[in-house]
Design a protein around this ligand. Sequence first.
Ligand code: SAM
Length: 185
Amino acid sequence: MVRKVEGFADGWWADLGTGSGAIAVAVARELGADGRVFAVDVSEVAVEVARLNVQRYGVQDKVEIRHGSWFEPLEDVKGKLMGVISNPPYIPTDDLPGLQPEVGWHEPKLALDGGKDGLEHLLHLCEGLSSVLKPGGFFVFETNGNKQSEFLVDLISAKWSSSFHNVEAVLDFAEIKRFVTGYCR
Ligand SMILES: C[S@@+](CC[C@H](N)C(=O)[O-])C[C@H]1O[C@@H](n2cnc3c(N)ncnc32)[C@H](O)[C@@H]1O
């Protein structure tokens, strides 16, 4: 998609909650000469791991790693981003003990815990989106699945219809509405 839409490959992108940096690296490899990714995470460990992966894949010239919470480290690029991508913590706190062992035992709580209904971080991201994206900009958020995605599509379409269009839930390979995407007016 980064290569297919005009202007995307040379735009500036943010990967919010970059973790290992996998998304930032993948986007960086699609970018043109002027493209750039800001990879943000509040965890110092994640930032260090992302830094290693960015070096391993040789995309240091395209990825700038920033330590901090969500939009806070992006003050200087407000209104200039072509895309925002985030796979934030979205599991409801009460569901954490029931997660599959490969997730619950190995992932830090900081990477999973989305608060009471799982939406705490996703709502914060929705609130801040319009201040960082430029007109024509794109966003994609991963969610816990159907209910969260449907809720967010309805919320964004109702509350921020003047800022966003073509907001929709997108299926994953298991036919679950896993992602919410949209464009900035
Ligand atoms: C589900 S993991 C996603 C990691 C990676 N992007 C991926 O898709 O594999 C969520 C990430 O969000 C980060 N995170 C949690 N709270 C954050 C905050 N307030 N600001 C920025 N990142 C945060 C966690 O440290 C973790 O790396």
